[in-house]
Every structure is written in C-alpha cells, then in structure tokens.
Design a protein around this ligand. Structure first.
Ligand SMILES: Cc1cc2nc3c(=O)[nH]c(=O)nc-3n(C[C@H](O)[C@H](O)[C@H](O)COP(=O)(O)O)c2cc1C
Length: 336
C-alpha cells in the first residue's frame, strides 16, 4: 500500500466508496466485461463491472453468481436505462445484493434509482451536462462518471479534458466524480486526481488483457491500431438522432452508414416509429459488437475502441496493467 501513498491519498474517497484497493474502474464493455475480466479486475485491486446491455435477467443472474465464485471482492453491474427489462434486471441485482449499479445510456427512468437504493445498492450515474449531473446527484445518484469523446463505444460530443475542467471544480468537493475517456497511462490519472476526481474509469486499456475472452482476432486488431484508427460514426440523417459510436475503422463502419440510410428510409415511408428506429440501431450495435468480440469477424463486426487504443500493444495480465497504471500515477505525483 505504501508504494502508492500519494495516489491512494487522492483516491481515498473513491476507493472507500467502491470498496476496492485502487479507485480504478474497468468500465462495462458489452460481451467483454463478463465473469473472467470482471473478477480479474477486482482481484487486481480495481473495480470490475459486468456489462448487461446484451443480457436478459436469467443471463445476468448466472453471470453475477459466476463472478462471485471467482472473486470475493466488490464488483458492479452496468444496466442500460433503455433496456426493456430494466425492472427485472434490478430485481436480479437485489437478489444477489449487488453493491454498486451503474446506470448508463440515458436518464434513469422513474423509480429505477429508488429501486436500487431500496436493497442498499449504490448508484453510479453518467451525465453529459453539469445541470443534469447536479440533478442526478440530488435525486439519489451516489457517484458520477464523466466520459469524454475519446472513449470507446457510445460517446458524447465533448472531450474528457474539457468535461473535467467544467465538472470537477463545480462538483468535486461535495461529490464523488470519476473521469473516463482516453486514459491510457497513469500520468493522466494523476492529472485528473489532482483536479479533484476521486478515481478513473478505463475500458479500451483493459479490453485485450489476458483474462479478456475477446477473440484473438479482435485483440490483434487493437494491438495494430493507432489512435487515429478509432473513429466516431457519422450521422447520415438529421432526423435520426443516432448516438455516435467510436470504433476502429473497418468494413463494418460502412455497413453502419448503410444501415442508417435503410432505417431513415423506413422513417420516410412511415413504416417505422422513431423510438423503434433508434432501438433497431442499438440492436445493430449489440449484434455487430458480438460478431467482432466473440466470433472474431473484425471485418464486418464492430471493433469499439477508444483513442487510447494506440497504447494497447500487447496482451498483458490485468494485474500487470493495473500495477503499471498505479506505478506511473505514483511516479508522476512524486515528481511534482
Ligand atoms: C468494446 C467496448 C464496449 C463498451 N460497451 C459499453 C457498454 O456496454 N456500456 C457502457 O456503459 N459503456 C460501454 N463502453 C464504454 C466503457 O465502459 C468505458 O466507459 C470506456 O471504454 C472508457 O473510455 P476508454 O475506452 O477511452 O478507456 C464500451 C467500451 C468499449 C471499448
């Protein structure tokens, strides 16, 4: 512990909240963040989070039980707010006494935060604007993640460095704020901790760890890629408010553009309602990510990755990645 004394001093509130040694979350990644990676992260002193975007209640039930069999340390569950079975998924978390639930993908629907608090779960929320962050923290959110557009997966329009400057001075004193998006090394963690963050969340950096079940071809694509290969999807039709996704450029990127045109065309012909159109787009992403992560189809599948992908050059055990990040963070703080 003494090895990371300065880092741990700045991470203390975050680590106390998570119940972990280091205040480093591995953000939920659909298909990737399952029992193996999640338990490895928590066992390495971080905080793993199960991705449940593509799961139904039965699968989540099994995944939580299996994760508990692999670690006795705390971990969380990430629920997508627009999931049609959100209430049932929360009930599964309640049955397992899940300590932390991350609500991602939009404003939590009425009653969801209360339902989590009712069984004693802590609620972690995302907010794209300061006003919404304040509102969510007032109405039951226990901690906040701010995530910049450098991140892999679904992204907002603002960079991590700007979000950090906007949110941390306003919130850091009274609230627990974790910073995510584009973090690949410990020096960056040190910087955000000094600005008032109580911890950080990384995804891309952990996606290809030895313990990750991602297909070898998916991992190879990450090792070869540089920051400029991780591009945000483009919106082809102003009426179809598609949330941009950052992924490695491939044939699948073009297929997505065509998919948007197809869905927009159905909107034109009034064959589709807007909500259904958006749901179709989200189903497309879940399927495309599975193709790349599980089947290894790196041409047509979605290789969701953040700009820090250039710093992912080889397969390493989670413990080595975690130790490296902590050592870099500590060295940076000691140099100050
Ligand atoms: C392959 C991949 C899949 C992801 N899937 C999800 C998801 O299902 N739910 C979610 O809230 N975030 C998801 N994310 C975002 C991560 O949880 C995390 O916030 C992000 O990766 C942090 O930024 P970084 O990639 O720059 O480290 C995903 C990210 C990646 C790279």
């Amino acid at each position: 512990m003494a090895a990371y004394s300065k880092s741990h001093a700045l991470m203390r509130r975050g680590a106390d909240f998570l119940g972990s040694e280091h205040a480093i979350l591995c953000g939920a990644m659909s298909w990737v963040s399952e029992r193996n990676l999640v338990s490895a992260i928590s066992n390495a002193g971080g905080f793993g989070v199960i991705a449940c975007g593509a799961m139904n209640p039965e699968l989540l039930d099994k995944e939580i039980a299996a994760t508990k069999a692999l670690t006795d340390r705390p971990f969380g569950v990430n629920l997508i707010t627009m999931h049609p079975q959100l209430t049932d998924l929360i009930a599964v978390c309640a049955r397992h006494d899940v300590t932390h639930v991350v609500l991602a993908g939009g404003i939590p629907p009425k009653g969801s935060v209360e339902a989590i608090k009712a069984f004693g779960g802590k609620v972690i929320v995302f907010a794209p604007t300061l006003a919404l962050a304040k509102k969510l923290l007032r109405s039951g959110g226990d901690a906040l993640v701010i995530e910049g557009m450098e991140a892999g997966g679904h992204i907002g329009p603002v960079s991590t460095s700007v979000l950090a400057q906007e949110f941390l001075p306003a919130l850091a004193e009274d609230h627990l704020v974790f910073v995510a998006g584009g973090i690949g090394r410990g020096e960056a963690i040190a910087g955000y901790l000094e600005m008032g963050a109580v911890g950080v969340q990384l995804g891309t950096r952990f996606a290809c760890a030895t313990e990750s079940i991602a297909h070898p071809a998916f991992k190879k694509a990450f090792f070869r890629a540089s920051a400029r290969d991780a591009v945000a999807s483009v919106q082809v039709d102003a009426r179809l408010p598609v949330i941009p996704v950052r992924a490695l450029r491939n044939k699948g990127t073009e297929v997505f553009t065509a998919k948007q045109r197809e869905v927009a065309g159905m909107l034109d012909g009034e064959a589709l309602e807007m909500a259904e159109a958006q749901l179709q787009i989200e189903h497309y992403w879940a399927g495309a990510l599975r193709r790349a992560v599980i089947d290894g189809d790196v041409e047509n599948g979605s290789l969701m990755a953040g700009q820090s992908v250039g710093m992912v050059t080889q397969e390493e055990p989670v413990q080595a990645i975690m130790d490296g990040l902590m050592a870099q963070c500590e060295a940076a703080l000691q140099r100050r």
